[in-house]
Design a binder for this molecule. Sequence first.
Ligand code: HEM
Length: 68
Amino acid sequence: MNLSRWDEYGLENREDILAEISAMIRSRQMPPSRYLRLHPNAKPSDEEIDLIYKWARAERKRLRSVKP
Ligand code: HEM
């Protein structure tokens, strides 16, 4: 996944990635713990995690609804 190339991904692909983002952020597998040990201030707050989770879910739902 490369978020800088988001626009180049097809609908199906985006939906799959959004599902991954929801799962990864909610289970706190991302950002990786070894990365956070080196960059402690990159640790997202509970609010930020919730915001990313809700955005990923809502965006996935939206994409599903615009599909023909
Ligand atoms: C909140 C921020 C982050 C989110 C939401 C996130 C989300 C994700 C997702 C959804 C994947 C799977 C991508 C795929 O299927 O192509 C992934 C993979 C990966 N991410 Fe992150 N990520 C975050 C931050 C980071 C950071 C800071 C690093 C630091 C180096 C990192 C390193 C990786 C690596 C190495 C993989 C691929 C290896 C693997 O599958 O275990 N991520 N991430």
